[in-house]
Design a protein around this ligand. Structure first.
Ligand SMILES: Nc1ncnc2c1ncn2[C@@H]1O[C@H](COP(=O)(O)OP(=O)(O)OP(=O)(O)O)[C@@H](O)[C@H]1O
Length: 220
């Protein structure tokens, strides 16, 4: 399977262009690092790739076709702030059950303790909660994992646990991994290739014309 952004352009409503003429593709089984200066649109790009945002221009394709809007999404996003990604009204057990992801060995490898399953998200620390986000993202239908600064806020032990499990699963199941990071050492260690968004985002070339959201091309 191939995940692709073709001639992608995006701006938030009323704002300047964030991404322009971005072309990018990756195959299942690849591990790609996405780096670039702050504010260049890395998080925006992964949200577009995961279907959280709609492109203003261009398209996101899976094996050459637009992604299905219904059903389970084969592209899963893990963001930096797990508290924003989990339903606050559900106990953690229900969160995992709903995703169909309840593999004892994964929970164990992530250091998820039995008693956490009966807690609400607000009763867990950021690191504990992020382990659930990782577990949930690894359900059977996942073909691509987009990890947006997934471990930045965590202590080194939790980081190591999460990355070890993630890399093992990605390797075993030939999942494509796109890791957004500012940590070049992490990118070198985890990824098979690295893309610098500053080199593929053509925002600075755009000067005229309009956007479907009604905003003007802008410069950054
Ligand atoms: N919801 C939003 N509404 C309007 N502008 C936004 C929104 N989210 C992000 N932006 C703007 O879009 C630009 C790109 O943000 P984005 O978070 O994608 O960058 P980034 O490369 O991931 O940055 P960082 O490395 O600091 O996390 C920034 O200028 C940001 O202020």
């Amino acid at each position: 399977m191939r995940l692709e952004a073709r001639n992608l352009g995006f701006c938030y409503a009323g704002g300047p262009w964030i991404l322009k003429d971005v072309n990018f593709s990756m195959e299942e089984g690849e591990r790609v690092g996405l780096v670039g200066p702050s504010g260049y649109g890395k998080s925006t790009l992964v949200k577009l790739l995961a279907g959280y945002l709609e492109p203003c221009e261009g398209e996101i394709l899976l094996d050459g076709k637009p992604m299905e809007k219904k059903g389970v999404c084969p592209v899963q996003l893990i963001c930096q702030h797990p508290e924003k990604a989990i339903n606050p009204r559900w106990k953690m057990k229900k969160v995992l059950e709903e995703s169909g992801m309840y593999r004892e060995e994964v929970l164990e490898a992530l250091g998820i303790e039995e008693e956490w399953l009966e807690r609400y998200p607000r009763e867990l620390s950021g690191g504990e909660l992020q382990r659930f986000c990782v577990a949930r993202s690894l359900f059977g239908g996942t073909h691509f994992l987009l990890a947006d600064e997934m471990s930045t806020m965590l202590d080194v032990i939790t980081q190591a646990q999460i990355w070890n499990l993630m890399l093992r699963e990605v390797e075993k199941r030939k999942i494509g991994l796109l890791a957004v990071t500012h940590n070049m050492a992490l990118a070198d260690c985890v990824c098979t290739r690295t893309i610098n968004l500053a080199q593929v985002n053509h925002i600075k070339c755009a000067e005229e014309s309009g956007c479907k959201n009604g905003c003007e091309y802008g410069t950054v």
